[in-house]
Ligand binder design. Structure first.
Ligand code: 13P
Length: 253
């Protein structure tokens, strides 16, 4: 059984006190929850503050990006060692906003994935097609290429530590959520890709989150899909009620 994993990507939102208050509220209200992994991804500059706010709770935290080098003359960048130093367990890599707005390539994402794994951070690797890809029936092809490139050169042992997030670009921040059937179809396809590249046991063990306009009111039916193992939540993760409402959707799984 794959352990469900609900993650909140706060993107470039909140200020220090807002981040601390939100993390503290989620940490407090998730007390006693079992059988689920929960994590939040504040802007890196607030990670240390969030660390204090969630201490002793089940709420984990991580960063929204890293640079692949471990240290040196890379102005403005943040290394895996720095995240480990702050107690991070996870890092989001290859988010569509980084791919499309900041021009990150599959090759760069791959270097970051390898760096994260080398530092024992769990990478959440995002893949997803654009609206035009979907409209011309290229979804499968695009996903296959992103997986091949972003997750290149990973041993079976390494891939076992990776979480994949399927985030269709057209569903991110748009309010246009994928239907449970659309999500399940791609998640199933991802598992097939992993089976072909590794084997069934490995493919069955890897967690695949869905992301894109997930909120409390639509989470349960998405999470009920057999191959949807959790959610990577943007906007709705900025409110404790909504985020915990999404977590509550797991009760229907
Ligand atoms: P929204 O939930 O705001 O659509 O964002 C999804 C996302 O990009 C999570 O990484």
């Amino acid at each position: 059984m794959r352990r469900p994993f609900i993650a909140g990507n706060w993107k470039m939102n909140l200020n220090r006190s807002g981040a601390v208050a939100l993390a503290a509220a989620i940490a407090e209200r998730s007390k006693g929850l079992e059988g689920v992994d929960l994590a939040v991804f504040p802007p890196s500059i607030y990670l240390d503050a969030v660390r204090g706010a969630v201490a002793g709770s089940i709420l984990a935290y991580g960063a929204q990006n890293i640079y692949h080098q471990s240290n040196g003359a890379f102005t403005g960048e943040i290394s895996t060692a720095m995240l480990v130093d702050l107690g991070c367990r996870y890092v989001i890599l290859g988010h569509s906003e980084r791919r499309h707005i900041l021009g990150e390539t599959n090759e760069e994402v791959n270097k970051k994935v390898l760096a994260a794994l080398a530092a024992s951070l769990v990478p959440i690797v995002c893949v997803g097609e654009s609206l035009s890809d979907r409209e011309v029936g290229r979804t499968g092809q695009v996903i296959r290429k992103q997986v091949a490139g972003s997750l290149a050169n990973l041993s079976a042992e390494q891939i076992a530590h990776v979480v994949i997030a399927y985030e269709p670009v057209w569903a991110i921040g748009t309010g246009k959520v994928a239907t449970p059937q659309q999500a399940e179809e791609v998640h199933k396809d991802l598992r097939k890709i992993l089976t072909d590249r590794y084997n069934t046991a490995i493919a069955e063990a890897i967690r695949i989150q869905y992301g894109g306009s997930v909120k409390a009111s639509n989470a349960a039916e998405l999470l009920a899909q057999p191959n949807v193992d959790g959610a990577l939540v943007g906007g709705a993760s900025l409110k404790a009620d909504e985020f915990l409402g999404i977590v509550a959707g797991l009760n229907h799984k």
